[in-house]
Ligand binder design. Structure first.
Ligand code: DON
Length: 541
């Protein structure tokens, strides 16, 4: 039985259940996952269904034209598995591809055909299903196909995505057909959206989706469209795409074993900041207390400084074991608490693209997925006949030395563009075990605020012992080293913000910082929360 706890004072939406739970940034997508579990599927089957459904209902954030990371706890082996189906740079990409007349033209990495990296979503879902799933692709795609074909009510979040990008996407025939009414106005929240070409595409993928999408007719159609528009992505790039199984990374934190994705994810940054706190550094500090928040700010800064070492491990050696070693954590903490820097302030951008969801099934398997097409509607181009929205993940590379990306992250050389390389990501799904059994799962969306959001919800849950809905609803802060500015949600109590100002921090109040989902897991007692900041669904049985 599901107990909905949607009207809690902290305005987070949560659910309690005994056997299974799906929490997603979309109610219909969460229900698609639960439907698969109720038909006998496991958490991986459900994850494929939720991913595909989110690609319909939250297509401003994620979909088949993007890619992501899947973290799996598999009850039968008691082990964790990480699947990287991040996009890759096309073979024709290069470190200087966005330089025009000697200057970086970073807008080319954000919108239009040159921004598109090779999508990994379908290859990832297929790999996960083949290794751990019990259902065929067509079975897990069925709920998504139904939503796209029969229509679904537009969520307030998606309506905002459409209106924010309307000046750009209204000129694209594919977007116009799906997201605008006959008079050319953007659809509004509650309007019914039909995405029939996307329904047909998912149907065409059948039970051999990789064959069709990466090698067959669909691949040829994508490549032809890209060629026509002056993009780099070719049929060979699609044919060469492979997802990668990666061993999750680990940190012992109090009585928990915390796991996340290795590079090119930023899971290591979350674990490093968590590790810098150490077991006793928070004693006597309250969840919103200024001394705690001041430590958090300094440790976030150090985490983002060390993030410059991160990139695709096939191209760069990322010293993860050293970064998470006790010696480095102690030194990094000491450095962090005596920092000096003079970085110039600029505004950070948090546009709420990307989507996270978490699933616990009846066998105790746990899946945590973060998937994205990067910023809202990705490259803002759609292959119209396929209903396929293409990512702009190339902007997650360092476009040129010192040039900030859409999230004001200033790229390091480690993350420069190279053919076939995966861009560094902030997506950081996290699963914590206690005494060898899953106890907590969290993940989020919102560019670099994913790192700090997942971190804070984890600290609030594991260290401050808050319920998931309270942990998710707590006001959050964000600091990413550059700009030298602390973003604070306006829901933070004013005396706290004033105290941080008095301590000398350069505070910028913002309405909200990213979105985080969380589930607390105990035998027969699952409690999940999605983030009211973005909306979503938490359903269980
Ligand atoms: O992988 C990354 O870090 C980005 N592409 C995530 C983008 C994102 O979360 C968009 N929302 N603000």
């Amino acid at each position: 039985m599901v107990v909905l706890l949607a009207a809690l004072s902290h305005a987070a939406a949560a659910a309690e259940s005994r056997h299974a739970m799906v929490v997603a940034e979309g109610d219909l997508a969460a229900r698609a996952g639960l439907e698969i579990i109720e038909r006998g599927g496991n958490a991986v089957d459900a994850a494929a269904a939720v991913s595909l459904a989110l690609g319909v209902t939250n297509s401003g954030s994620c979909g088949i034209g993007g890619g992501g990371f899947m973290l799996i706890y598999w009850a039968k082996t008691g082990k964790l598995y990480g699947l990287d189906y991040r996009e890759r740079a096309p073979a024709a990409a290069s470190a200087t591809m966005y330089i025009r007349d000697g200057k970086p033209a970073e807008e080319l990495a954000r919108t239009g055909p040159l921004a598109v990296a090779v999508p990994g979503e379908i290859a990832g879902l297929d790999a996960a299903l083949r290794r751990f799933g019990t259902m065929r692709f067509s079975e897990v795609a069925a709920p998504a196909i139904k939503l796209a074909r029969s229509g679904f009510p537009l969520s307030p979040h998606m309506a905002r995505d459409i209106s924010l990008t309307a000046p750009a996407i209204a000129h694209d025939p594919g977007f116009r057909a799906v997201f605008f009414n006959a008079g050319g106005s953007p659809l509004k929240a509650g309007d019914t959206v039909y995405d029939r070409n996307l329904a047909v595409l998912m149907q065409r993928l059948g039970d051999e989706p990789v064959e069709s999408f990466y090698h067959g007719e669909v691949a040829a159609e994508i490549a032809a469209y890209m060629k026509d528009r002056g993009g780099l992505l070719t049929a060979q790039d699609l044919a060469g795409y492979t997802p990668v199984w990666r061993d999750p990374i680990h940190l012992a934190h109090h009585n928990y074993d915390v796991y996340s994705m290795p590079p090119p994810s930023s899971g290591g940054v979350v674990l490093e900041i968590l590790g810098m706190f150490g077991p006793s550094h928070m004693e006597g500090l309250g969840v919103d207390s200024p001394p705690y928040l001041a430590q958090l700010i300094e440790l976030m800064r150090q985490g983002f400084v060390d993030r410059d070492r991160y990139a695709d491990p096939a191209f760069v050696t990322v010293p993860i074991a050293w970064l998470l070693s006790a010696a480095h954590l102690a030194q990094a903490r000491a450095d962090a608490l005596h920092h000096q820097n003079g970085l110039a302030p600029t505004a950070a951008a948090h546009d709420h693209g990307t989507s996270n969801f978490a699933i616990v099934d009846k066998a105790g398997n746990v899946v945590d997925v973060t998937t994205t097409i990067n910023t809202i509607f990705g490259a803002q181009i759609m292959v119209p006949a396929l209903g396929l929205i293409l990512n702009n993940e190339m902007d997650d590379f360092s476009v040129a030395p010192g040039v900030p990306n859409a999230f004001k992250l200033i790229g390091a050389k480690t993350n420069e563009i190279a053919p076939g390389k995966r861009p560094l990501s902030s997506m950081s799904p996290l699963i914590a075990l206690r005494h060898g059994r899953p106890a907590f799962v969290a993940g989020g969306s919102g560019g670099p605020t994913i790192i700090t959001g997942v971190l804070q919800v984890t600290l609030d849950s594991l260290d401050f012992d808050l319920d998931p809905e309270r942990a998710v609803a707590e006001p959050r802060i964000h600091h990413q080293a550059a700009p030298d500015m602390v973003f604070v949600e306006s829901s933070m109590p004013t005396p706290t913000t004033n105290e941080l100002r008095r301590m000398g921090y350069n505070i910028r109040l913002v309405p909200e910082l990213g979105a985080v989902n969380a589930i607390r897991i105990a035998p027969g007692d699952l409690r999940g929360a999605f983030d009211h900041r973005k909306g979503g669904g938490a359903v269980g049985d």
